[in-house]
Design a protein around this ligand. Structure first.
Ligand code: NAP
Length: 246
């Protein structure tokens, strides 16, 4: 379904990003697995993509560094001549009581989660616009819809992706580029696995489907939004949360 297509997935070294890389590769895309510090994790993702019969390369860059992003996308363009799919998945969270949040924690979170998505989308859009085709998927969070105490920087940055998605979708629609945003709820990753068991039980009570989601399930939605099957969907914020937020 994605044969001959080139996909860039930021933060592909583990968790949700890793499953997205594997899914896109299994559908035939040539996947560029981005990482920041975990080169070995990215290598592992690429190896698993290849085991699934796909094609994958790793590419290290910090999404928060504008110059590094431009350089990386230039490298990909030179190597492949195209960029069809961008998944802005890389994200960090610096949580804490609002009044104690340091300037640098705020700045680093917004720089990574929001500016990082902006830098990557801008670099990818230049290539997609010339091709008059492309798919951009931004990974936000259910918390940006519901709010959550202790997560003001994270939630502010993730809510910023809603505006970016809609503005960009309108601007790029005439070039046949779809831009969408998804908001995962609680997904089983290292992050949620580290929550105390009682907290996990409490959270699951608030989820109509009664369980956390799987990274693979998020990857399925991203694959759909990256495929021709979703050609008439753009500018949307789509929840994947077991019914926790409706
Ligand atoms: P994770 O396990 O913490 O992985 C984060 C990924 O982002 C890693 O691959 C990491 O790469 C990369 N990354 C972080 N900073 C980066 C930077 N500056 N430049 C490039 N890559 C960077 O996260 P996850 O749980 O899979 O979540 C993935 C996305 O889904 C995030 O945007 C998160 O906010 C969102 N989300 C997750 C959940 C959940 O329940 N897990 C729920 C809602 C939304 P390195 O290891 O190489 O640094």
């Amino acid at each position: 379904m994605l044969n001959e297509q080139v996909a860039v997935v930021t933060g592909g070294s583990r968790g949700i990003g890793k499953e997205i890389c594997k899914k896109l590769a299994s559908l035939g895309a040539h996947v560029f697995v981005n990482y920041n510090s975990s080169a070995s994790g990215a290598e592992e993702t690429a190896a698993e993509c290849k085991q699934l019969g796909g094609n994958a390369d790793i590419i290290g860059f910090n999404v928060a560094d504008s110059d590094a992003v431009s350089e990386a996308f230039e490298t990909i363009k030179k190597q492949t001549g195209r960029i069809d799919i961008l998944v802005n998945n890389a994200g960090i969270s610096k949580d804490g009581l609002f009044v104690r949040i340091k300037d640098e924690d705020w700045a680093q979170t917004v720089q990574t989660n929001l500016s990082g998505a902006f830098y990557c989308a801008r670099a990818a859009a230049k290539v997609m616009m010339k091709a008059r085709s492309g798919k951009i998927v931004n990974i936000s969070s259910i918390t940006a819809e519901m709010g959550n105490p202790g997560q003001v920087p994270y939630i502010s940055s993730k809510a910023g992706l809603f505006g970016m998605t809609k503005a960009l979708a309108k601007e790029l629609a005439s070039r046949n580029i779809n831009v969408n945003c998804i908001t995962p709820g609680f997904i089983e990753t290292e992050m949620t696995g580290n929550l105390p068991e009682e907290t996990q039980i409490e959270y699951k009570k608030a989820i109509p489907l009664g369980r956390f989601g799987e990274a693979k399930e998020v990857a399925e939605l991203v694959a759909f939004l990256s495929s021709p099957a979703s050609a008439y969907i753009t500018g949307q914020v789509i929840g994947i949360n077991g019914g926790m937020y409706m």
